[in-house]
Ligand binder design. Structure first.
Ligand SMILES: Nc1ncnc2c1ncn2[C@@H]1O[C@H](COP(=O)(O)OP(=O)(O)O)[C@@H](O)[C@H]1O
Ligand SMILES: [Mg+2]
Length: 230
């Protein structure tokens, strides 16, 4: 579903992403691990087109999206859940969800299944985003990304600062979405246990490079936890 080849990215003179190559398959969760500052967020921003890439190609479902602006990528099927959630605090839950549909024509209804995935959003529909708990905001950010029916869902540390019960709920939803085999999921995580539980494929980053990779069930045997804690 997603194919990344020779991806290089710079901020000013610093070389942040160094020749990344990987694929994320339909129906699979591809987990990207790595400590702070290794370039995980920059990778997801590059996939979304928030920062234009310097070299390399990004192919989504056979289409080259390398040069597309974020809006076009959303239309072509990329759903992005940014680090820190970035929901609109002064807008209601309903209006935040509508933002996820903003590229469609005026009256597209919010898909009812979003409320099946996250029932709390139904109860909170008229509340302001800023009044929700961190976990509820994270669920809202995921629902907003799903509103447009993505083929590729990318999530940046969805467990960051969230209570364990909601982390479990979010994990269940991610697994269920993958198992439907309608999208590929790229999950950036620093929380090892959560990553291991969900990973079909894993990639470990270090200073802008992929230094280890494999299938999710091999993570333990391959010492990925130890790699993360060095
Ligand atoms: N907007 C920016 N301008 C300049 N440098 C940045 C910017 N954003 C991130 N960086 C630097 O790029 C590197 C990778 O950052 P980031 O992708 O946020 O890493 P991670 O998400 O893995 O913590 C870090 O060294 C960070 O300081
Ligand atoms: Mg980050």
């Amino acid at each position: 579903m997603l194919k990344v080849e020779g991806l290089n990215q710079y901020y000013g003179g610093s070389h942040i992403l160094r020749g990344l190559d990987f694929e994320a398959r339909l129906g699979e969760v591809t987990v990207v691990l790595g400590r702070n500052g290794v370039g995980k967020t920059t990778l997801l921003k590059s996939l979304m087109g928030v920062v234009p890439i310097k070299a390399g190609t990004i192919t989504l479902d056979g289409q080259d999206i390398t040069k597309d602006v974020p809006y076009e990528r959303v239309r072509k099927g990329v759903g992005y859940v940014p680090q820190g959630r970035e929901i609109f605090g002064r807008l209601t839950v309903e209006d935040n969800l509508r933002m996820g549909l903003a590229y469609k024509s005026g009256s597209t209804p919010i898909p009812a299944e979003l409320f099946e995935l996250f029932p709390v959003l139904k109860q909170m529909i008229h509340r302001r985003g800023g009044d929700l708990s961190g976990g509820q905001q994270q669920q809202l950010a995921i629902a907003r990304a799903l509103a447009a029916g993505p083929k590729l869902l990318i999530l940046d540390e969805p467990t960051e600062g969230i209570q364990p019960s909601i982390i479990k709920d979010i994990g269940r939803v991610i697994r269920m979405l993958a198992d439907r085999k309608t999208m590929a999921i790229v999950l950036v995580e620093q929380y090892y246990d959560f990553a291991e539980e969900l990973a079909d494929q894993y990639l470990v980053m270090e200073r802008g490079e992929i230094i280890a990779r494999g299938r999710g069930h091999e993570m333990q045997a391959n010492g990925v936890r130890e790699l993360m804690s060095i």
